[in-house]
Design a protein around this ligand. Structure first.
Ligand code: ATP
Ligand code: MG
Length: 359
């Protein structure tokens, strides 16, 4: 039987991004060898803040186009303490997500076995959410500008753009996802009391799309109240959809509630599969621990499982998650962010060993 080859673009980026992506590529090689039906043809790209400092650009001008030739993109993290964050975000992550129209950012949140949630005193730490973040417009549309520098009337504007087409497609994606999950529960998050145009349209379209999904139970929340509900009544939530900015904030909260930002994965999806999707851990480049060998690779392994699922390799995705969960179950294999002493190497080796079936 010939093995199917997936063309995988690997962009480690900066700091621990490179470390966790390298660890993940080792795991993927083991997984593919074990499975036998597919393999990964990996191309590494050095697109990063480092490249920006050397050449003035995070990636080549046709970078996003180069990525179209791949089946999927594995991304680490980008950013360095001495380069402003907005340059990094627009120079690389958004410069890939926007042209490739990866409009659905999906962030599963679950407390993996052996990991303690800060919510363990609320409901025993039971969380099983998926946050869907609108990933193409809204507050990150990049519209606005600055004028009159230095004068008292200096003005800076950031204009949020919400389109019917953009809201409809993310809403439909979220309702579909909610429908595919056992509880069929969707919470639509807005700030429609204060933001009286885009957010009101968002509420209106939610109600319209809801009619196509009569078996999904849905409700609306204001984003501020949502933070309270996530921490006080976590089990009342399942699938959550929110704007680019709101979901960004809520998913950092969700990551913390799942035990550590080091275990939280995300996928930037083009659900129609017209273009490759991009898979990454939620965390950043974390220069405070770079080079120490203690970055938690679990978020990246989990996002690789999401990638396998997206590629249609569900059994391999499940096998990878079972291996990861067998490792998180052992406190001796917790990295410092989870309160342990394990290294990236130890966690990676343990996952590889579990995949080989030796434990
Ligand atoms: P960015 O500016 O891109 O958000 P960052 O350097 O601020 O990047 P974050 O991802 O926001 O880093 O993480 C905040 C802190 O959490 C890090 O400084 C680090 O101490 C810790 N952290 C993040 N990811 C991991 C990980 N995978 N393993 C262990 N600790 C982590
Ligand atoms: Mg940060």
């Amino acid at each position: 039987m010939t093995r199917k080859e997936y063309k995988l673009a690997a962009i480690g980026g900066d700091g621990i991004g490179v470390e966790v992506v390298d660890a993940c590529l080792e795991v993927l090689t083991t997984l593919a060898d074990r499975d036998g039906s597919f393999t990964f043809g990996v191309t590494k790209f050095d697109w990063s803040t480092d490249r920006y400092k050397r050449t003035g650009a995070f990636m080549p001008a046709d970078g996003a186009d180069q990525l179209r030739a791949f089946d999927a993109i594995l991304f680490g993290a980008v950013g360095a303490p001495d380069v402003p964050d907005h340059l990094t975000l627009w120079g690389l992550r958004l410069a890939i997500c926007q042209p490739l129209d990866q409009y659905a950012n999906v962030r599963p949140t679950r407390v993996l076995p052996g990991i303690q949630s800060p919510l363990r005193h609320v409901n025993g730490g039971e969380i099983d959410w998926v946050i869907v973040r609108e990933n193409s417009e809204g507050e990150y549309a990049g519209q606005g500008g600055r004028s009159h520098p230095g004068l008292p009337l200096e003005v800076a504007t950031d204009v949020s753009i919400f389109t019917r087409a953009g809201i409809e497609r993310i809403m439909r994606f979220a309702f579909n996802l909610a429908q595919s999950r056992p509880r069929k529960l969707l919470t639509v998050v807005t700030k429609s009391n204060a933001q009286r145009h885009g957010m009101v349209l968002w509420d209106q379209i939610a109600a319209e799309v809801a009619r196509e999904f009569p078996d999904v139970t849905w409700d609306k929340m204001l984003v501020d109240a949502m933070t309270v509900r996530m921490t006080m009544r976590p089990d009342s939530l399942d699938t959550i959809v929110a704007t680019n900015l709101h979901a960004d904030i809520l998913s950092d909260l969700a990551a913390a509630l799942s035990g550590s930002i080091g275990v939280a994965p995300t996928a930037n999806l083009n659900p129609e599969r017209d273009t490759p999707s991009m898979f990454e851990p939620i965390h950043g480049s974390a220069f405070d621990i770079t080079g120490k060998g203690v970055a938690n690779p679990v978020a990246t392994f989990w996002t690789a499982a999401m990638m396998l699922d997206h590629l249609g390799e569900r059994p391999a995705a499940d096998r990878l998650m079972r291996a990861v969960e067998s490792v998180t179950s052992n406190p001796d294999l917790h990295t410092p962010d989870l309160g342990g002493n394990a290294t990236t190497r130890m966690v990676t080796d343990a996952v590889i060993e579990a995949l080989r079936g030796r434990n």
